[in-house]
Design a protein around this ligand. Sequence first.
Ligand SMILES: O=C(/C=C/c1ccc(O)cc1)O[C@@H]1O[C@H](CO)[C@@H](O)[C@H](O)[C@H]1O
Length: 522
Amino acid sequence: MNCIISSMGISSLCKALILLELILLPLFASSDTKTLHESSDSSSFPANFLFGTASSSYQFEGAYLSDGKGLSNWDVHTHKPGNIIDGSNGDIAVDQYHRYLEDIDLMASLGVNSYRFSMSWARILPKGRFGGVNMAGISYYNKLINALLLKGIQPFVSLTYFDVPQELEDRYGGFLSPKSQEDFGYYVDICFKYFGDRVKYWATFNEPNFQAIYGYRVGEYPPKRCSKPFGNCSHGDSEREPFIAAHNIILAHATAVDIYRTKYQREQRGSIGIVMNCMWYEPISNSTANKLAVERAHAFFLRWFLDPIIFGRYPEEMKEVLGSTLPEFSRNDMNKLRKGLDFIGMNHYTSYYVQDCILSVCEPGKGSTRTEGSSLLTQEKDGVPIGKPSEVDWLHVYPQGMEKMVTYVKERYNNTPMIITENGYSQVSNSNGNIEEFLHDTGRVEYMSGYLDALLTAMKKGADVRGYFAWSFLDNFEWTFGYTRRFGLYHVDYTTMKRTPRLSATWYKEFIARYKVDKSQM
Ligand SMILES: O=C(/C=C/c1ccc(O)cc1)O[C@@H]1O[C@H](CO)[C@@H](O)[C@H](O)[C@H]1O
């Protein structure tokens, strides 16, 4: 039975059921970890569910100047000393550009039915719309798509994933200029035209909420703009620019959807959405102020983009605080925004406690300032972490967050179809050494098994979720952390580029196999 929490509170029967669950849950949880291999109930996922792995162009492809590719903002950023903690870059990355056939064989052996990858804008249009189409780039993605389809693996394409042609930055300041909307429209039209006969899933942007904050507030991603006290950059305005960049990204998304709907979708029959970074928030106490702070945290991160795209307006919480700093949508923009999206892509990894900083005085920290919504994010309460810590400081294991996050998005956006576009776990490494330890990744298996169970719980309660992608297929270039964070189901030796399956790869393979056996019996 479903427990419906109304404004009146929870019924007493529900309370009793929840209590019973709380008592029984630890019993099941402990037997779960004993038999890792049978812990998750894959057979209950619906038919046609997408089970895949995820990647992105800059983190995987390498070949940064091959066959006519132009420079991207990330090529330029990583080549400047001091930007990446281990001084590395994605020039070679994991060389997927040359090894895609071998990689597709690995995916086929895993049994996944989908692969999420991104197209490098600068590989297709080295100078944006100010130059020609690079046919060698088109040819690479054609080969990749065809080889995937040959193995029964659906391509799931992110049109852009943080990397944009440097030309756009140099010419007009990238996403700070409305001209970026036009450029994005020009680019996606080319992608739909060349690949849309075979690609049925398109995501316009990956984590634009993260992109806006890291590029324009804290200045750790290109174009490395910010102001004090948010970060240390030579240019920028942390209180204004994130909102301008976000505004242009929202309208660039709308432009892409408009083009797809008017020119391609009827014939090509695919779907188009956006991928958001989704963090779950728990109030640090049950006070009304902290609960309101949780809602503000969602408003200033997730709803910042999804409210305009789905409802045509920014969250009230943002308007109230930001006033005229928040750009406005013209009538023309509103019309474009009406085209919405077909699915919400969700990257979910971890959860935070939230403390109100309007009524109480907060230590400075993530989210605490006015322009961030006055909601301080922490991962500890009275010295106790929100979930089991991992080797990576920001990644705490809190599987309940998956169920709650999916349920939140379901309720707010009228159960728009959702796809978990990323979920994953990291190990830390400073060298290639001790591969055995890296391969025996029980932490990752427990993480995925717990999060998939929580996802299924949300689905059993009615959430319309269509797919799950593990981040990541292989170890890869982890942005500012270079090669020191390993998220792969497969270990990569960065000297030889050899890929080796971890325990988690075997576990995921068996998980998918059980799902397939069950579905073939239907
Ligand atoms: O979710 C995140 C990043 C979270 C974070 C980073 C640094 C902090 O200090 C706090 C959070 O990005 C996604 O998660 C992955 C693994 O990180 C990245 O490799 C993906 O490219 C990206 O889409």
